[in-house]
Design a binder for this molecule. Structure first.
Ligand code: ATP
Ligand code: MG
Length: 490
């Protein structure tokens, strides 16, 4: 009995471990097969000479390999289980990307309405859903604790309450399915040739700014900066024929200055006034969401912008992305920066590219020198002058009931030396609360909006005690020094 017991004890775990290793090995091998088959498909996709049908076929082959890999399962108790999940998650991402790409290729070449296109899409979608359902079932069977990893892979498709019609959901990330068949693809078309469809989708969905509401007239003061932008950006975008050769506009423009004085606002106004595709990205969207994927995103961003010329790429808070490269920084950050510079150079050296990279920062001194060189024009967005402050106060009070004369406003403007545009906005908000604060709670509820007392100079005086200037004199000094050294003379 003891012998048998010992034999069992010795043999079971080893054999179990062995089979698990085998399975993990199988998965790893299959993963390599998938990668190489995908690489083949992608490289064919990137070549404009390869017909779409061939590319589709290659993707379909990759999809088959992916399904094979996904069919390999390990028990949750297995020591390799975590590793296995990681690989599977990657494979699922590959499958989604490849499926989306195939769908877009089919709709692009044949039109969604044609029966061949439609049936191919249908079978692809079904296959994709089917395997996910199978996956979900096996998850249930294994009675897995819902680890975040698994949640994220199964959640978007909600397999348990899916109806047959839900296949539309699967392709809902391609809302232009019908539209792509039309002759002129919409600017929102979510496909960029040669770019991973998932990344393309992120760029086109999240980065192109569609909320274009700020106008140049909404910005008080900053006359020189506005004039410079008019010349460098707006006019060339409206009359590209005039701005060629020697008159070719600069490809890199940096807005710098203390916080809260309208850099971001100016960029938004540019977006609304010029006829260019505006890619608005913040450095954090490149770095946080896409750890390790940053370079790909940068490359895709430039590819997308090239496809939709004239284009402006605006990077807010550019300092956090392109700070001086240090030896201690992470590899991925460094690669991201290098990629950015390479792409930027590619654009700058080609006179045919109608392209502008625009950055904004309140820490220009932190920028990498190589980056600085590429932002040929550097425009200082300073603290508002007394005139600009006056103008801003006027703008802020325009639609309010108030008793401030023009003289009051200019006195106030003089007193607000050192206040930034956003400080003055905050101050005016605080002052506007003055009349309301005098009322009791029930009065506020009942009072007629027109009979609230007008805002007075005293409200501003009171608010001044609460809202202080946020930029110190020393800080301003840094900016003026930097401007004298590196800024563009306007
Ligand atoms: P940061 O460097 O912190 O990003 P910023 O220069 O980009 O600051 P904005 O975001 O453009 O500052 O401005 C903040 C707010 O301040 C604006 O939303 C606007 O309400 C107000 N503001 C600042 N400058 C002006 C201005 N010149 N005219 C009108 N409003 C302004
Ligand atoms: Mg800003």
């Amino acid at each position: 009995l003891l012998k048998r017991f010992l034999k069992l004890r010795m043999s079971t775990p080893v054999s179990k471990r062995l089979s698990s290793h085998h399975k993990m090995d199988d998965l790893s091998t299959q993963h390599i097969v998938v990668k190489s088959s995908l690489a083949k498909a992608i490289s064919a996709d990137e070549k404009s000479t390869v017909p779409n049908d061939t590319v589709v076929q290659l993707y379909e082959e990759s999809l088959k390999e992916i399904e094979k890999a996904l069919a390999i399962n390990l028990s949750p108790a297995d020591p390799n289980f975590r590793e296995h999940l990681k690989v599977k998650k990657k494979l699922e991402q590959h499958r989604d990307s490849a499926t989306d790409r195939v769908i877009s290729l089919i709709t692009k070449s044949k039109g969604a309405e044609t029966s061949i296109g439609a049936s191919k899409i249908d079978s692809l979608v079904r296959r994709s859903i089917h395997s996910e359902e199978a996956e979900a079932k096996s998850v249930k069977k294994r009675n897995l604790p819902t680890s975040p990893q698994f949640k994220s892979t199964t959640q978007p498709l909600k397999p348990s309450n899916r109806t047959p019609n839900d296949s539309s959901k699967r392709i809902s990330i391609q809302p232009q399915l019908g539209q792509t068949a039309s002759k002129s693809p919409s600017p929102q078309e979510k496909i960029i040739k040669g770019v991973d469809p998932k990344i393309a989708e992120i760029i086109l969905n999240e980065i192109i700014d569609t909320g274009r509401t700020v106008k140049f007239d909404d910005i008080s003061g900053l006359r020189e900066a506005k004039a410079a932008l008019h010349e460098i950006v707006i006019l060339p975008s409206l009359r590209p024929d005039l701005f060629q050769g020697l008159r070719q506009p600069a490809k890199g423009l940096l807005l710098f200055g203390p916080p809260g004085n309208g850099k971001t606002m100016i960029a938004r106004a540019v977006a609304s006034e010029c006829k260019a595709t505006f890619f608005n990205i913040s450095a954090s969207s490149l770095t946080s969401k896409w750890v390790g994927e940053g370079e790909k995103l940068v490359r895709a961003l430039f590819t997308a912008a090239r496809e939709r010329q004239p284009a402006i790429i605006f990077i807010d808070e550019v300092d956090s992305l392109l700070t001086s490269r240090t030896s201690g920084e992470q590899d991925s950050t460094r690669r991201l920066k290098t990629e950015f510079l390479v792409q930027f150079d590619g654009v700058a050296s080609d006179p045919k590219e109608r392209f502008l990279v625009m950055g904004a920062t309140n820490r220009p001194q932190d920028l990498d020198e190589a980056v600085l060189r590429r932002f040929v024009k550097r425009i200082y967005v300073p603290l508002p002058t007394a005139d600009s402050r006056h103008c801003l106060i006027q703008t802020l009070l325009k639609n309010q009931i108030h008793k401030l004369s023009d003289r009051d406003m200019s006195t106030l403007a003089l007193e607000l030396e050192g206040y930034s545009g956003s400080d003055i906005t905050a101050l005016a908000r605080e002052a506007a609360y003055g009349p309301i604060r005098e009322l009791t709670h029930s009065q506020v509820l009942k009072v007629n909006a027109k009979s609230v007392r007008p805002i007075e100079l005293a409200d501003f005086e009171y608010a001044r005690k609460k809202v202080r200037a946020s930029v110190s004199i020393e800080t301003t000094g840094c900016y003026t020094d930097w401007n004298a050294k590196f800024g563009t003379i306007l």
